[in-house]
Design a protein around this ligand. Sequence first.
Ligand SMILES: NC(=O)c1ccc[n+]([C@@H]2O[C@H](COP(=O)([O-])OP(=O)(O)OC[C@H]3O[C@@H](n4cnc5c(N)ncnc54)[C@H](O)[C@@H]3O)[C@@H](O)[C@H]2O)c1
Length: 281
Amino acid sequence: MNYESEVKARVGIIGLGAVGSAFAHAMSFFHPCVGYDIKGKGSWNEILKTQVVFICVQTPGGFDDRLDCSAVDDVLSRLTESRFQGICVVKSTVRVGYMDSAKARFPRLHLVYMPEFLREKSNFQWSVNPDRIVISGDETAVDEVLKLFSWVDGLEEIVPVLRMPFRDAEIGKLAHNAYIATKVSFTNEMERISREHGADPSSVMSVIHADRRVKSREHLRPGLGAYGGKCVPKDTRELINASHNTPLLKAVETVNENHQNFRLVVNTKPPVPQSVENRSH
Ligand SMILES: NC(=O)c1ccc[n+]([C@@H]2O[C@H](COP(=O)([O-])OP(=O)(O)OC[C@H]3O[C@@H](n4cnc5c(N)ncnc54)[C@H](O)[C@@H]3O)[C@@H](O)[C@H]2O)c1
């Protein structure tokens, strides 16, 4: 597809942190873009002249151990008060059930949910070249939003575009981070057992990496890995507290939290000596 033949839309990005700034950078190659952040960047009036806004504000763990979506609420209230006519795409990770509740509370807005999966360390590359696009909302609005991504040649053939109801997308986004947390907890447990017995956790994990059924080494290397970042722990906790029955995820959380202390001890102790006898079993 020749992108030049596509109609360009004016795009707004609200919240210019790790996600918003990377996304604005990527979008600005293909569309006229304006950004706005309450920390004093950009202009709200310019946002109101756009056809689609992407909301990328923070949703930290809240007082009730669920994701605190009040910054998203603030933006949606302000867009309603400003009589914004365009499409509002929520990219922030939200608590389970948030989008349906937002739809009921902000009926004048055209809401779409499109969670972000980028990795903070290389946020621009992940923004331009996503592994998948997850999107939910009213069909017409979703189609309009997807048109903005037609820079990817044959979008739907190369990048899976997963259309689904709000609830599926909300849980899917959280489930992805909970899956990563689960992999990290497995690695953490193997590291702990290895060290208990004087084995080298990296060589233990290399036995797993070498298997063709294991697709990637990501999160299978000793260390806190993704659990050291800001999203995986809070999103896992959201999923734990969104249900009354999550024994696996509770165990995952406990293993990973205990491992933070374990790593502190390991990092301050000299390495465990490896004997030939230990290595040969
Ligand atoms: N950081 C990541 O790697 C990552 C990856 C995937 C998804 N997410 C999710 O994306 C969302 C954003 O994460 P982030 O890391 O970019 O957060 P961040 O804290 O880096 O940035 C959020 C920005 O939003 C601004 N903001 C807050 N309220 C505002 C308002 N009312 N109007 C305008 N701007 C406002 C803040 O000033 C801040 O600059 C979160 O829901 C997060 O869970 C983050």
